[in-house]
Design a protein around this ligand. Sequence first.
Ligand SMILES: [Zn+2]
Ligand SMILES: [Zn+2]
Length: 380
Amino acid sequence: MPEKGDYYGVLGVDKASSDTEIKRAFRSLARKHHPDKNPEDPEAETKFKEIQEAYAILSNPDERRKYDMFGHDRPGGSPFGSRGFQGVNISFDDLFGGGFESIFSQFFGDSTSRGSRGSDLLVRHSVPFQAAMDGMDDELEIDILRDCDGCGGSGSNSEGGARPCPSCDGRGRIDEISMVGPFRQRVRKECPPCRGSGRIVTDPCRVCKGEGRAYQAIRVKFSMHPGVVSGTRLRMRGQGEAASSHREQTGDLYIELQVEMHPWFERDGPDLLMALPLSYADLALGASVEIPHIDADKLRIKVPPGSKPGETITIMGRGLPRPKANSMRGSVTVVLKLEVPRKPTRSMRKRLNEMREEMEGELDDLEVRIKNEARSRRMG
Ligand SMILES: [Zn+2]
Ligand SMILES: [Zn+2]
């Protein structure tokens, strides 16, 4: 196995770097080396994991201090356990949205102190397509386990009806010290007498039955920027589930956005694609059509004379905004289709028949036409 790289070196920062500098370095490297972005490169995954490991340590003040003191050979072995660092599943979107922070913050502590911090929640929420154009302020109401209104989270309404658990001093957790080789290792566990709640309840509140938490309808407001894509996760810090112990932090709420489909546009990031069914006359003679568009201005499509089905017309700058402000909007690509009348009227049939004879006269011999078509198709 190759020598493990210095965490600061891996992120390209120095020992005096601030948390913000470390976060910025991590984000930019993680985007560059994200396996989704480098499917061809087998090294990318290893590199991505290395960057994650370095960030997991350096973004955690306690772990960073230990690393500064001992380097990779710290007492107690790898902070990630006997199997070492296994990597974190960070989606590309997380690197823009910032959702990755909580993934790393749960790395140390939570694995050994189950049930202390409140749970994170994930809610999926649909927004109209227009939100991708204009951005949007929205809100939703969710039932979330929060500190009980009836007792203020204490679990009881009477004096002395709930008191801090003496075994854990109200923390809900206990530390067990054990020896691992020559080192003392501290393992954090849920306190058994109070089952992690940090209190002993003798006269329980009627609303929450002494739990201290109850479901409440919570109204959450949030906003999304223009260019928003499906799968974006908004993180609402401290808006998740309350912890079972009154003293611990509330979890986070994540809202995963699902952008609804447009009636005719397909979307590729900021670019839009649509099909335009036209009559043979429109294609042969050219046409100019106007349709309602996402930016309130009509979309004018000029079809040149002699157009063929399958040909495309691209209109720059009328697609969706890009997440990065001040850059040009995406494009709209229109694929031309030929729409043939299912039941031509008697007079249409008569005139089409006349046209057929006239057009045959204008066109090359059939075999020549077939060969020409094949040649141009093969040239791409
Ligand atoms: Zn209560
Ligand atoms: Zn306890």
